[in-house]
Ligand binder design. Structure first.
Ligand code: PLP
Length: 484
């Protein structure tokens, strides 16, 4: 493909994407395909000779689209959102077009410097303490995902604790210290925290939560005392603001001082809900962040930035870079270590990094903070509207407080009944939801996801859910009637 053809095809692709998004609500949101559907539709080996672009594009319609789950559809209510936007897509196109891999300042000064400034912009939007901004000892970095941010925090904390223990006990081996380390997180935390502990080779304990699914100070304190008495070294606590099952918030203002007093690294995973802290009414939930060593949100979940782009801030960037700094000759440059630039390859696992800050820049400028706040508020209002519909129906119950765009609800009755309802919803493919377990009960999660979701979509979704549930309840009634 030469530049002339790219010019033409590129414009067609933009039309294709615009048409796709404009008409997305008419598509079945959840695909009707069986596992392995795709393999039989394409050859088993790559073509030896080039094929035409038309043929490739035809297969996008024939092969790909039937198997796509339409995450941007206003009928998509599963997981947490993947909230891209047109400005973000255009920035990604530019990033791909520039094709840079900005691992050091020298590898691409613009990529490097924009990342520093955008993380400061976002940090200020969130009213993060100055310690987390780039002027001091801290700063922000774009990681691929929240899972990577948690892993980076845990590995940095591990090294910091090993060094600290060895300062007072130089004879003690690293392996011995690591075998005694314990990390902590909520029983409601995302599985990526446990995964980070497995990769980091350390034990993790799940902290029980209170009636609101929040970790409280006294529970953590009790566990720390037990573990220290048994000779273990507590070193890492991952708090969650906006848990995945029900969007609960750990009490970081009471947990933070304990972590600081015990020399425990506190990381805050606020992957979804953290984005909403740009709205003053939600910012109090972040009070206590001043005690944290690191903090993370995913603008890809709730700030209209496309995957991948996970914003992470650390109070002392040296804690991160000390753990991961390698200096091969071919990556040295004359501004290295000058304090003027940040070589982000030392802040994370990969060396190669896309120009992801462009997405933040485009989105922040084209929506403005007020536009992003309006987007968040609309989602929260729609979730509250859904909650009222649930409350008004006697067959259903709300299972957790609705704080942001997630409503946890269930049919009053058995887990089997609720599983049957979800199965039916998934089979119909008109809306898409996923479940969670709360206090051992099977619960349905309804999340407002799409940028174009309106009240009518919420009402239609509820109508669909209640129609399916009425059928189920009727069948159950008939069945029980027959048995009696
Ligand atoms: N943390 C929380 C609270 C989440 O809800 C999620 C995903 O929904 C994650 C972490 C994982 O995010 P990522 O896919 O960016 O690793």
């Amino acid at each position: 493909m030469d530049a002339a053809e790219f010019r033409r095809r590129g414009k067609e692709m933009v039309d294709f994407v615009a048409d796709y998004q404009e008409n997305i609500e008419h598509r079945r949101v959840y695909p009707d395909v069986e596992p392995g559907y795709l393999r039989s539709m394409i050859p088993s080996e790559a073509p030896l000779e080039p094929e035409s672009y038309e043929d490739v594009l035809k297969d996008v319609d024939r092969v790909i689209m039937p198997g796509v789950t339409h995450w941007l559809s206003p009928h998509f209510h599963a997981y947490y959102p993947s909230s891209t936007s047109f400005p973000s897509i255009l920035a990604d196109l530019l990033s791909s077009g520039i094709g840079t891999i900005g691992f050091t300042w020298a590898a691409n000064p613009a990529c490097n410097e924009l990342e520093t400034v955008m993380l400061d912009w976002l940090g200020k939007m969130l009213q993060l303490p100055e310690d987390f901004l780039a002027q001091g000892q801290g700063g922000g970095v774009i990681q691929g995902t929240a899972s990577e941010s948690t892993l980076m925090a845990l590995l940095s904390a591990r090294l910091k604790t090993v060094k600290c223990v060895q300062e007072s006990d130089p004879q003690r081996s690293e392996a011995d210290i690591i075998s005694k380390l314990i990390a902590y997180t909520s029983e409601e935390a995302h599985f990526s925290v446990e995964k980070a502990s497995i990769i980091g080779g350390v034990v993790i304990r799940m902290v029980p939560t209170d009636d609101n699914f929040s970790v409280r100070a006294e529970t953590l304190e009790k566990m720390l005392a037990e573990d220290k008495a048994a000779g273990f070294i507590p070193f890492f606590f991952c708090a969650t603001l906006g848990t995945t099952p029900c969007c609960a918030f750990d009490k970081i203002d009471e947990l933070g001082p304990i972590c600081n007093a015990e020399n425990i690294w506190m990381h805050i995973d606020a992957a979804y809900a953290g984005c909403a802290f740009i709205c003053p009414e939600f910012r109090p939930l972040l009070n206590g962040v001043e005690f944290a060593d690191s903090f993370n949100i995913n603008p890809t979940k709730f700030l209209l930035v496309g995957l991948d782009c996970s914003a992470m801030w650390v109070k002392k960037s040296a804690d991160l870079t000390r753990a991961f700094q390698m200096d091969p000759e071919y990556l040295k440059h004359e501004n290295q270590g000058s304090g003027l630039v940040k070589d982000y390859m030392h802040w994370g696992i990969p060396m190669g990094r896309r120009f992801r800050s462009l997405k933040l820049w485009f989105v922040f400028r084209m929506y403005g903070v007020s536009g992003l706040q309006a987007f968040i508020r609309k989602h929260v209002e729609l979730a509250k509207a859904f909650k009222i519909l649930v409350i008004d129906n006697n067959n259903f119950e709300i299972c957790a407080e609705v704080v942001m765009g997630l409503v946890c609800f269930r049919l009053k009755g058995s887990d089997e009944l609720n599983k049957a309802l979800l199965k039916q919803i998934t089979r119909m493919g008109k809306i898409h939801l996923v479940p969670c377990m709360l206090r051992g009960r099977f619960v349905l999660r309804f999340v407002v996801c799409g940028e174009t979701t309106e009240l009518r979509h919420i009402q239609e979704a509820w109508k669909h859910i209640t129609e399916l549930s009425s059928e189920l309840l009727q069948n159950l009634f008939d069945h029980e009637g027959k048995e009696n």
